[in-house]
Ligand binder design. Structure first.
Ligand SMILES: Cc1cc2nc3c(=O)[nH]c(=O)nc-3n(C[C@H](O)[C@H](O)[C@H](O)COP(=O)(O)O)c2cc1C
Length: 181
């Protein structure tokens, strides 16, 4: 698939097949994330891959309880990737302060989208998950309390037949222009 077709092909997956994902494929996804660009090459990320069935069950129960129940579909995903936002380099943090831009979040976003698109290329589905009980995730995975988890990614095989076709995006003229706002 060429790149634009790959991008068109990707959709958020919320119903996964009960099929485990090969470690080799997970490693390829992580490699795509590892190679992502970041402000001052800070690489402010760490990925914890949860593919152990029992641990994943425990994680989902903790992460998607109560007000977070809307994302409990994640329990069908054979893999949950927990993305920890690590500290950027000093220069990036100073730059971020002066610019008022959280560069680390841009970095995390790029790395995660590399991972997501690599997964799609390998026939795997993903869903970005921003709504979860962060404290509970930290507790299950022994992640220090001072760390920040901004996003999770659910990963696994899926049935393409079950998906709709529409991405539902704004028209080009609304989101882009040449030479002026
Ligand atoms: C930062 C971020 C956080 C998201 N959080 C959630 C989430 O908590 N639960 C969910 O079901 N989808 C979540 N999504 C997926 C979006 O809802 C989805 O990307 C959007 O509706 C567009 O649909 P598509 O991915 O199928 O093209 C998130 C996406 C992003 C980029």
């Amino acid at each position: 698939m060429n790149f634009i077709d790959l991008v068109k092909h990707r959709k958020s997956i919320r119903d996964f097949l009960d099929k485990s994902v090969e470690r080799e494929k997970i490693m390829t996804c992580l490699e795509a994330a590892r190679l992502a660009p970041s402000a001052s090459n800070s690489q402010p990320w760490r990925f914890i891959v949860v593919d152990d069935k029992q641990l994943k069950k425990k994680l989902c129960k903790a992460a998607f309880g109560g007000v977070y129940f809307i994302n409990s579909f994640c329990k069908t995903a054979p893999v949950i990737i927990v993305v920890i936002s690590e500290k950027s380099k000093f220069t990036t943090r100073i730059g971020a302060m002066f610019r008022g831009t959280q560069f680390y979040l841009i970095d995390i976003g790029i790395a995660c989208e590399h991972l997501v698109l690599q997964a799609e290329d390998l026939g795997l589905g993903t869903c970005w998950i921003g709504w979860f009980n962060e404290r509970a995730v930290k507790s299950v995975l022994n992640i220090p309390r001072n760390k920040k988890i901004d996003i999770l990614i659910a990963l696994g095989y899926y049935d393409r037949e079950k998906l709709g076709t529409e991405h539902g995006r704004e028209p080009m003229e609304k989101i882009a222009s040449f030479n002026s706002y």
